[in-house]
Design a binder for this molecule. Sequence first.
Ligand code: G4P
Length: 528
Amino acid sequence: MADLINEINRRRTFAIISHPDAGKTTLTEKLLLYGGAIALAGSVKGKKTDRHAVSDWMEIEKQRGISVTSSVMQFEYGGCCINILDTPGHQDFSEDTYRTLMAVDSAVMVIDAAKGVENQTRKLFKVCVMRHIPIFTFINKLDRDSKNPFDLLSEIEDELGISTYPMNFPIGDGVDFKGVYDRTAKRILCYERGDGQHEVRAVEADISDSSLNALIGEKNRLQLLEDVELLDGAGDALDRDEVAAGRLSPVFFGSALNSFGVEPFLKSFLEMGPSPLPRECVGGTVEPTDPRFSAFVFKIQANMNKAHRDRLTFMRICSGKFERDMEVVHVQGDGKKMRLSQPQQMMADSREVIEEAYAGDIIGVFDPGIFSIGDTVCAPGMNIAFEGIPTFAPEHFARIRHKDTMKRKQFVKGATQIAQEGAIQIFREPDTGMEEVIVGVVGMLQFDVFAHRMLNEYNVEIINEPLPYQYIRWIDSDTDPKALNLSSDTKIVEDFKGNSLLLFTSEWNIRWALEKNEGLELAEFNRE
Ligand code: G4P
């Protein structure tokens, strides 16, 4: 039991979120480098090396330079076992990010010092707030001309509605960037442009001592003196309870590309960041140290590796210890007992079969098509169900069919599998077959990913005819959809469980339908 508690307490499971280009991939890679999980930094995607960051593995990601799916990386550092969950930076994939955030205990938000809070950070942040998880901020690219650090902090506070506590403070920026002042240790980390592979020099500093002028220049020293006075004068100590509640974000300044400030950030994060947290289930809470194994599905991904042609289901372990070949119950699968076949731990595109894993860890298991997002798997007799993960209502719709009629079978298989992953939602018009489907997505780019995957993974070229609908509603009453009085631009569709839905072009049409059809009830989410 002591071993179990120790293993769980030393785990840190977090996601990194950012607006595209803020430096998420670079930071992730530097963290992996410190953990010895990769040998050489600089494998970041880029023209120079033509290699791709380990977390950026899917083909479409390589082509577009965006992260589409979330991958999981595990490594050891300073006695901790760290699980980093990568998230797609693009807003069109915010639903995927949302699910990933359901599986973590804290988040690291990367902000570009020149740009401040960007659109995407705002959106992802709201998702973090919904989960009340601690958020640590890394303000990146101080080696470039940056916004005033106080302005950056106010921006985070005003735009995201969270308090900030700068753990360190930058000295200059851009060509004049000299380093950061560590407020706790009262020392200066000197910035030296190097090869980005090694840690930097740290100097104990009494900032009122003019001998520091030789190191950072008089102007910078006087500015720092003023800044630190201002910060300390503000008086708020670092309140860890506020951090834990997701109301106060510790902020670190640095430069991921130059490995500057990354290691101190990691150390501080590991010290303050939460170990696996208890998780809500229907009618109660599951403690991570409960020795009985439990986990929930937060992600399903087919064909992760073209050579393998498989479907992997990712589970976050919420309690206890997982052992290979142990018997578990799939709660939503009628409580059927099963063994999880070949549990995998992921490291970007390489995988390893694991013998054991603990609460906080993520495992991938081969899935013959039985799991859905949000499902619970647990030890026999435990009898719990974790609270489900809500689905975002799609906002864009298109009629999709296959170009080559000979490819019907692959079309159906591909569309169904990709829909099961939750990346897209598929519907059909009543009384039609699977020759064509109506696809709904949260972000337009998901159509591109869908077309790309259909072609690459199922060898099916598709035709996409955009539809003007923007709203979807489930019919929540016993009404026969065919008997409804609807405006001519409202469409009746069915999901694959046979539920009837309506697609609307405007909110006005939704009101119209409700007014003209007494007793009609419409739901924004499928309540199943
Ligand atoms: P993302 O995953 O958040 O989208 O960002 P990513 O790490 O890919 O970084 C985006 C760009 O910013 C990259 O340049 C990267 O090298 C650069 N970058 C990251 N951290 C820093 C930093 O601390 N300082 C500076 N100056 N740049 C940084 P790129 O031009 O897209 O790629 P490449 O041509 O440099 O490889």
